[in-house]
Design a protein around this ligand. Structure first.
Ligand code: 5AD
Ligand code: FES
Length: 361
């Protein structure tokens, strides 16, 4: 084959993705596997993001309120069987105090995240959500507390929660089975996501890059699943090893591949809210800035009390857990600015394509 043609063909593939927002499986797989067009890909992803969101970057205040978890995902540092974790829970008052501080700093979204912790019954979660909703009617309340029944999700929604993050982790059932014990299923996870969506939540899905056994075909399936779901938010970060998990001997996911997938995500889901994740900032010192330049438009600084941050360790070497962590917010703001973007403090709902808004006043 003539190399010039191949090159042109593939550049054309990137341009086609940018133009049409989609590619056939084969072309998508080929693009995932080459780093040759990364620069073009990042440039087009950034262009698309600027068309829709300008230079705006939304901030979400992350409150990691419990690191207890009943599950045993093979990759996760706070899994049930990791007896070396110091477990903690924030009280209702402590959670509310995080919101108070966050609000004063300009946060209009609070993300309440935890392991699947039975202590927080539906009644307790609802009580906390209600209180935040009453105190901060102008804020979005995002839950990220795992797989629940549809009834539970409905109750949280009634109480005032309006967004939910639940990464699907991998859309392929077989791959899902290699990352989780058999009591968990990808099918249930997908059911949760569709329930959440039907109830009326803004929903976040997503996956890790470079988990053990992940293939390019799996990543293509992840995109196809997300096209079916239509998530408002898409969380993608590199898999990072944690030394006290069954996957301790597997290497970290690739930073470059993660950036490439983020850019592809922006082109396939132009309107999505895509965070430059903490994992991205952990694998590379300026990973979050590079993520922003490849199409990300959200950052999620940690609002948890500094003394607990090190304990919420899903993977090794998590950033922003030391003494300096109290300044996270200012630090991230400066980083965003230096990367050429601007933090905005409105509620930051996903924008929608013009045809979706027909009939609205
Ligand atoms: N490396 C990177 N991300 C991880 N997560 C869990 N464990 C790890 C790890 N070892 C991600 C999962 C989960 C999110 C909260 O954190 O995708 O959904
Ligand atoms: Fe807690 Fe996976 S280990 S949900």
């Amino acid at each position: 084959m003539n190399t010039e043609n191949t090159l042109k063909g593939s550049e054309e593939t990137v341009r086609r993705l940018a133009r049409e927002g989609d590619l056939p499986d084969k072309e998508l797989a080929a693009l995932i596997e080459t780093d040759e067009y990364d620069e073009l890909l990042f440039r087009l992803a950034d262009e698309r993001r600027r068309e829709i969101y300008g230079t705006d970057v939304y901030i979400r205040g992350l409150i990691e309120f419990s690191n207890y978890c009943r599950n045993n995902c093979y990759y996760c540092g706070i899994r049930l069987d990791n007896s070396l974790v110091d477990r903690y829970r924030l009280t209702r008052e402590e959670i509310l105090e995080c919101c108070r501080e966050g609000y004063a700093l300009g946060y209009r979204t609070f993300v309440l995240q935890s392991g699947e912790d039975g202590y927080y019954t539906d009644a307790r979660i609802c009580e906390i959500v209600r209180e935040i909703r009453e105190g901060y009617p102008d804020c979005a309340i995002t839950l990220s507390i795992g797989e629940k029944s549809r009834e539970s999700y409905e109750a949280f929604f009634e109480a005032g929660a309006n967004r939910y993050l639940l990464r699907h982790e991998t859309a392929d059932p077989e791959h899902y089975g290699r990352l989780h014990p058999s009591v968990m299923s990808g099918e249930n996870r997908k059911r949760c996501l569709f329930d959440l969506k039907e109830i009326g939540y803004q929903v976040g899905a997503g996956f890790m890059v470079g988990t053990p056994y992940q293939t390019t075909g799996n990543l293509v399936s992840d995109f196809r699943f997300m096209q079916e779901l239509g998530p408002d938010m898409i969380g993608i970060g590199p898999y990072l090893t944690h030394e006290h998990t069954p996957f301790r001997d597997y290497p970290n996911g690739s930073f470059k591949l993660t950036l490439r997938l983020l850019a592809i995500t922006r082109l396939m889901f132009p309107y999505a809210l895509i965070p430059a994740t903490t994992a991205l900032g952990t694998i590379d010192p300026t990973g979050r800035e590079k993520g922003l330049k490849a199409g990300c438009n959200v950052v999620m600084p940690n609002l948890s009390p500094v003394r607990f941050r090190k304990l919420y360790e899903l993977y090794d070497n998590k950033i922003c857990t030391g003494e300096e962590a109290a300044q996270c917010v200012g630090c991230l703001e400066m980083r965003v600015k230096n990367a050429g973007y601007r933090i905005v403090t409105d509620i930051g709902n996903a924008k929608r394509p013009p045809r979706d808004r027909e009939g609205e006043r």
